[in-house]
Design a protein around this ligand. Structure first.
Ligand code: G
Ligand code: G
Ligand code: NA
Ligand code: MN
Length: 254
């Protein structure tokens, strides 16, 4: 696989695109925003999902190129939504933890906010972790600068991978996203359901907002709402869709 070398060309030839998955409030399921999820339409290999190429480039410069691309494209998408009158929706974009150590990140975010006239709070940056943050101090100071711009930060997939209580303590985040592997168990009298309810309380005690990921059935949503979780995302509401389909749905809500 020549994934790394292909990425530059993929960006140039516009083979990467962002799908959007709705994020809704609990318990009313009112639309609050979207998460942008990348898709690679490869001319020979067809559709490649992020899980099949993001981990391969996580340790190379290509992850910064991809992140810069999703910021630019995400900003453009958000501005198109806003031009159609959807001014209260937010957009979450995924950035690798490594990207927070790139000195170009803050100027780029400033540039995108200005270029598309976006309120900073309409942009939520999700910190994804395929790899451990080596220089937590550097990442932390860059997150602080982003927050000074008014941009919000989310810790993604909480409870899996390298995310830990020490990150919660150190990172200046606004939103905690609880991974599907935990939320899928809330209806069982399980250890996982106790973990979910405790993590929600912990986030609230720290003054943070919680998103439950991977919600597939109404009973899960009801249970999470009961636990105080504010936001939900998952197939119950919608799978990730391309921008045209999103606009079709929005026109129906209107
Ligand atoms: O869309 P899908 O569920 O296959 O996404 C799988 C994972 O890939 C998600 O956990 C998400 O965090 C990650 N991902 C999706 N889009 C991006 C992106 O643009 N950048 C990065 N770094 N990760 C992404
Ligand atoms: O890594 P991250 O958690 O950001 O990405 C979420 C991934 O999970 C995406 O690839 C998305 O397509 C997928 N996903 C989103 N909602 C659901 C869901 O309700 N059920 C399942 N099984 N997968 C989901
Ligand atoms: Na994410
Ligand atoms: Mn996630």
């Amino acid at each position: 696989l020549m994934i790394e070398q292909d990425i530059g060309a993929a960006i140039e030839e516009r083979q990467l695109s962002l799908f959007l998955q709705p994020i809704v409030g609990l318990p009313d399921a009112k639309l609050k925003g979207f998460e942008a999820l990348i898709r690679w339409f490869h001319p020979q290999r067809g559709l490649i999902m992020p899980g099949d190429f993001i981990p391969n480039i996580e340790n190379s410069e290509a992850i910064i190129q991809v992140g810069n691309y999703v910021l630019e494209e995400g900003g453009a998408m958000l501005s198109r939504l806003r031009k159609q009158g959807w001014n209260d929706l937010y957009l979450a974009v995924n950035l690798s933890a490594k990207h927070y150590m790139d000195p170009g990140l803050i100027p780029l975010v400033q540039h995108i906010l200005a270029k598309y006239e976006l309120p900073p709070q309409s942009l939520l940056l999700e910190v994804t972790e395929e790899s451990v943050i080596e220089q937590v101090d550097l990442a932390m100071s860059s997150m602080k600068s982003l927050k000074q711009l008014g941009v919000r930060i989310a810790i993604d997939d909480f409870g899996t991978g390298y995310s830990s209580l020490s990150y919660l303590k150190q990172l200046p985040f606004d939103v905690l996203k609880i991974d599907r592997c935990f939320t899928s168990e809330v209806l069982n009298e399980s250890v996982d359901s106790h973990i979910v309810s405790t993590v929600i309380d912990l986030a609230h005690n720290l003054g943070r907002t919680v998103v439950a990921e991977g919600i597939e059935v109404q009973e899960q949503a009801d249970c999470l709402a009961e636990m105080g979780c504010e936001l939900a995302q998952g197939y119950l509401y919608s799978k990730p869709l391309d921008e045209d389909k999103i606009f079709q749905i929005l026109n129906r809500i209107e």
